[in-house]
Write a protein that binds this ligand. Structure first.
Ligand code: SAH
Length: 203
């Protein structure tokens, strides 16, 4: 799978090593075991999917994580991207809005000795208690860029977020420069499950 990612344009060796270090089959129900190393998204329960390895690699590469960074992930899901992020020597915080997934993933990552801080709540609000973050990654498609995430970004920090109203999302980078100036870049098109707002809260 790592070689396939390389041919798809993932060139950051740190990212390729991190992906190679995390056994993706841990995150899939037994029924999907044989598919674990194909470059596809799969159901993880509660109507959610585990992200494509390419998407996980792409977002990880775009984040440019440095050792010691504080990183916030919005949308823990099954914890696959979280576990990849945990390989970079950074401090990882991750928030999930579905209670059953939060509980399941917390237990699982604890048992797997993946050292990250997990939160149950609405990612539109970020996790203010531990802000600011050097990097923020959103792993669900957002109709717009939530203000709270911009304000919880450190100066010199970077937000990587798929933005779009429908099925298609444009991978977007927002860099916060010294003094708070924001610079936005749009990358390729992806497809994510939606980042849900409070009005749809269910758990
Ligand atoms: N990072 C996961 C991707 C999970 S899919 C992986 O590696 O596979 C996106 C996740 O975002 C889902 O688990 C969904 O429940 C969660 N999510 C959706 N809206 C959210 C919100 N407002 N706050 C936090 N999590 C949210």
């Amino acid at each position: 799978m790592v070689e396939e990612l390389r041919t798809l344009g993932i060139s950051d060796e740190q990212v390729l090593t991190a992906i190679g270090n995390v056994p993706r089959h841990w995150f899939l129900d037994n029924a999907f075991l044989e598919y674990a190393y194909q470059n596809k998204a799969f159901p993880i329960g509660s109507g959610q999917t585990i992200s494509h390895p390419y998407t996980v690699a792409y977002q990880s590469q775009a984040l440019e994580i440095k050792k010691g960074d504080k990183v916030l992930e919005v949308g823990t899901g099954c914890g696959y991207q979280t576990s990849v992020l945990a390989q970079f020597g950074a401090k990882i915080f991750s928030i999930e809005r579905q209670h059953s997934l939060f509980v399941k993933t917390k237990k699982f990552l604890d048992e797997a000795n993946v050292h990250v801080k997990l939160f149950y709540g609405d990612g539109y609000q970020g996790v203010p208690t531990f802000a600011p973050y050097n990097k923020i990654i959103v792993t669900a498609g957002a109709p717009y860029i939530p203000d709270a995430l911009i304000s919880q970004l450190a100066e010199g920090g970077r937000l990587v977020i798929p933005v779009g109203e429908g099925e298609k999302h444009i991978m977007t980078i927002v860099d916060k420069h010294k003094g708070g100036e924001l610079k936005k870049y749009e990358l390729g098109e992806f497809s994510f499950v939606p980042l849900l707002e409070d009005k749809n809260w269910n758990h």
